[in-house]
Design a protein around this ligand. Sequence first.
Ligand code: GLY
Length: 294
Amino acid sequence: VHGGAGTVPSARQRTEHAGAVRAALRCGFAALDRGADAAVIAAVTSMEEAAVLNAGRGATLDAAGRVTLDAGFMEGAALRFGAVGCVTRTVTPVVLAQGLSTEGEFGCFVVGPHADALVERFGAARCEPEDLVTPRALRTWQRRTRPDRAAHAADTVGAVALDRNGRVAAAVSTGGLSGKPPGRVGDSAIAGAGFWAEAPLGACVTTGIGEAMLREGTARRCVRLLAEGLTPARAAAEAVAEVSRVSADGASAVTPCGLILVTCDGGFAIAHTSPVMIAAYASPGRRAVVRSRW
Ligand code: GLY
């Protein structure tokens, strides 16, 4: 699980982020008996509920001072995916994304008021748009001068899991870029860019400035590199390096980003080019590991 690539946090933020990510890891691991799908949803909803990460409660505000949330979910056996963009009426948009993944061939990606209308259908808790605005996010927004990833110590939350039946799944959720143009949807709602799961290879979720990952198709690229024979560590490193070679506006510059990858044969990798990326992993019989640099 990860709580976002970002800048060096204050000591207080570091403690808060680590606590939220550790709690998400516990939730996801406890749900793993119900399958990889359940594990990633449990982990991501836990981080959406935490008010300290850029997702759900605690998400960043757009240029108009509103929270609009993006989320995605994918399972690797049948390549089922679901995604939502610009959600304003639930803290847990990833629940809507998973719900859409079960709905069939069409309508997997729904945005705006139509996504908000799915809240009851998929059993998410309804809230008012104002309920998503935390005092901290509001203060950051009031200080901002332009769309700015660096305004926040963390970007996006995500989880990948492998269960005992060899199934993999990926889930991601975000408030997106701080001060983003209203209506902007980033990589976290786009299969292939922000998330990808494909058996018998693996599952990946990304974090960072979405426009760069949209350009590169980073999550799918990372998983497909496994098919070319790269180890998880090399696939992850190559995928983030490719993003860093193209900035959000297409010019060559370092674009900080990160990703987590799990493979169907039990491997995993965490890579980032951002100064920090709070992330954690666990496997049966081994101690959980939580770190902010990998
Ligand atoms: N990675 C999240 C976003 O750019 O929206």
